[in-house]
Write a protein that binds this ligand. Structure first.
Ligand code: PMP
Length: 327
């Protein structure tokens, strides 16, 4: 899906026009993948536009940086305000929000520590990541021939730009072979995750998902689903999942900010369960929609976005900065 520009992107403390949000070609990030980012969704709930689990996403961003000996130039609370402002100023009712921290222009040695740490937050409209019918009909996946990065090569727990070279291989291969998405195994042969999603397996009423030690990203949606399942009285087991369980499962689904809760219909051509959306998957989807569509918020997961500013000439010509100082 091509990007649909909106008026503004926030970059290093101020709002700039979408097409002016540029970096130098010799920025460290371009050459060595030195970036850390988040993917967050804002929903048009019955109670207004709300960002889902904003705080938890930005906490993960802070941790991703820490794994690379880097401190965020702004606090989580400041970036929360920036994200809200990006949605508000661009008058987006529902959107995907992309905060990104990256090493900029300075030095092109591998060591990034002398390059500036820069921050941008963009938002745009983004529909269903795995297709418009994915949530109701499910997707067809394969087990990738590409393994997930090992935890002693790069931290899979960090949402770092460089990790997505591994994800790209998984995704490209799966699409080339006619599937919607690929699931990778970790280097020990156990189920890890999709190229941009965590994986859940249902067998005999128990919900299984791989542990952090299986080179997964600690997904915010994964945590959301585990919370719902425990409340519903569904036993949740975080344990190594052998590949065979993918074919034997009663139900399988992906979780992710982009993919939300997407049922998996087949793995390597083997139909999962009876091929439809299973009852546990459906129940968890319903619980998810109660929050992001109905705006029910017993967990404090929604950050509501105040109405957009009135259209004034000043706002059009000179979008004001948000007055933030770097730490
Ligand atoms: N794994 C990977 C590799 C991802 O890119 C994502 C998407 N951020 C996820 C899992 C799911 O994480 P979340 O639910 O926080 O979006």
């Amino acid at each position: 899906m091509p990007l649909k520009p909106v008026p503004y992107i926030w970059m290093n403390g101020r709002f700039v026009r979408w097409h002016q949000a540029k970096i130098h070609v010799l920025s460290h990030v371009v050459h060595y993948g030195s970036s850390w980012f988040e993917g967050i969704r804002a929903y048009k709930t019955r109670r207004g536009t709300a960002i889902f689990r904003l705080h938890d996403h930005l906490r993960r961003l802070e941790r991703s940086l820490r794994m690379y000996y880097t401190e965020m130039p702004y606090t989580v609370e400041e970036l929360e305000r920036v994200c809200v402002e990006v949605v508000r100023r661009n008058r987006l009712e529902q959107c995907y929000i992309r905060p990104i921290v990256y090493r900029g222009y300075g030095d092109l040695g591998v060591n990034p520590m002398d390059c500036p740490v820069e921050v941008a937050v963009a938002a745009w409209e983004w529909g269903a990541y795995l297709g418009s019918e994915a949530a109701t009909r499910g997707v067809d996946v394969c087990v990738s021939s590409w393994q997930r990065i090992a935890s002693n090569t790069m931290p899979a727990m960090a949402k770092a730009g460089g990790n997505y070279l591994n994800s790209q291989l998984v995704r490209i291969e799966s699409v080339r072979h006619g599937y919607d998405e690929g699931i990778s195994l970790d280097i020990f042969g156990m189920v890890s995750e999709g190229s941009g999603e965590n994986v859940f397996v249902v067998m005999d009423g128990v919900l299984y998902t791989p542990p952090l030690s299986a080179s997964i990203l600690p997904g915010v949606t994964r945590h959301t689903v585990i919370t719902f399942a425990r409340e519903e009285g569904i036993p949740v087991v975080e344990s190594s999942i052998p590949r065979g369980m993918l074919y034997a499962a009663d139900e399988l689904f992906f979780t992710g900010t982009a993919a939300e809760i997407t049922p998996i219909r087949s793995v390597d051509g083997v139909v999962v369960g009876n091929g439809g959306v299973g009852p546990i998957t459906r129940r968890l989807q319903e619980r998810f929609y109660q929050v992001v569509r109905d705006g029910e918020d017993p967990y404090g997961w929604l950050t509501f976005v105040p109405p957009a500013p009135r259209r004034t000439r000043a706002a059009r010509v000179a979008p004001e900065a948000t007055n933030l100082r770097r730490r």
